[in-house]
Design a protein around this ligand. Structure first.
Ligand SMILES: [Zn+2]
Length: 243
């Protein structure tokens, strides 16, 4: 039994070595920068979408105001025609108030046109600003993409360079698995689902995994009877190192 646990302990070490190497391969500086550039690209893509939507809204608003101005200008020219028409008449025959009213209307239309023209100038400024931002965002996206491609290639090389070592470590794990009782392996794998290291050494009367002191009954079963025992606290398989 204890011999079987020694083999399982060695298996855990082989598995740890493989997993830790896999982690270093995916957590390189290049890979981190790669992920960062991907995020930069995505953020700017999002920003571009917003800017383009905003730009469309502003353009719609602008053409709306432009047609408003057109209507106002048409109204004004009609008023002007009316005024020039009456200017040919003898004023005595006209109601002076009517003329005053026409002029007042004309001025009011002119004021509205001015207000709308100022609105258009304001929108044009905003559109210019938006256009500049769109250009800047596109440059940022293109830079991020370029850097991403370079880093991707670098990272692929890193992974390729580590392939031999990775294969060796995988072979070690396969080799270490030989001779382990399938039922015990099953138990190990099920503990591994919630514990990175399913096995822990017994140090004195404590589990090394969780540092809990074990009751004497458990120690008896483990050390004297040679049973396979899991820590009552953390669930790891306890391993007694033989001197
Ligand atoms: Zn424990």
């Amino acid at each position: 039994m204890s011999n079987n646990l020694k083999v399982l302990w060695e298996y855990q070490a082989a598995e740890n070595a493989l997993e830790s190497y896999e982690r270093t391969l995916v957590n390189t500086e290049t890979r981190k920068r790669l992920v960062h550039q991907q995020q930069v690209y995505k953020n700017n893509q999002q920003k571009l979408k917003q800017l383009e939507q905003e730009s469309v809204l502003l353009q719609n608003k602008m053409s709306e105001i432009a047609s408003q101005i057109e209507i106002l200008q048409k109204q004004m020219s009609e008023k002007k025609d009316e005024i020039s028409e009456v200017s040919g008449y003898d004023l005595e025959d006209m109601f002076l108030d009517d003329v005053r009213e026409m002029i007042k209307e004309c001025e009011s239309i002119k004021a509205s046109v001015e207000v709308n023209k100022r609105k258009i100038v304001d929108i044009m400024h905003r559109l210019e600003k938006s256009e500049t931002e769109i250009k800047e965002t596109l440059v940022k996206m293109s830079n991020a993409k370029k850097q991403f491609d370079v880093l991707k290639e670098q990272h692929a090389k890193e992974v390729a360079a580590g392939k031999d070592d990775l294969d060796k470590l995988r072979a070690n794990v396969t080799r270490a698995a030989k001779g382990i009782d399938p039922e015990l392996m099953e138990r190990y794998k099920s503990i591994k689902q919630h514990r990175p290291n399913p096995m822990a050494k017994l140090v004195g009367d404590r589990c090394e995994g969780c540092k809990m002191q074990l009751p004497s009954g458990v120690l008896q079963s483990l050390k004297v009877e040679g049973n396979i025992v899991e820590c009552e606290n953390c669930g790891r398989i306890l391993y007694v190192v033989e001197d």
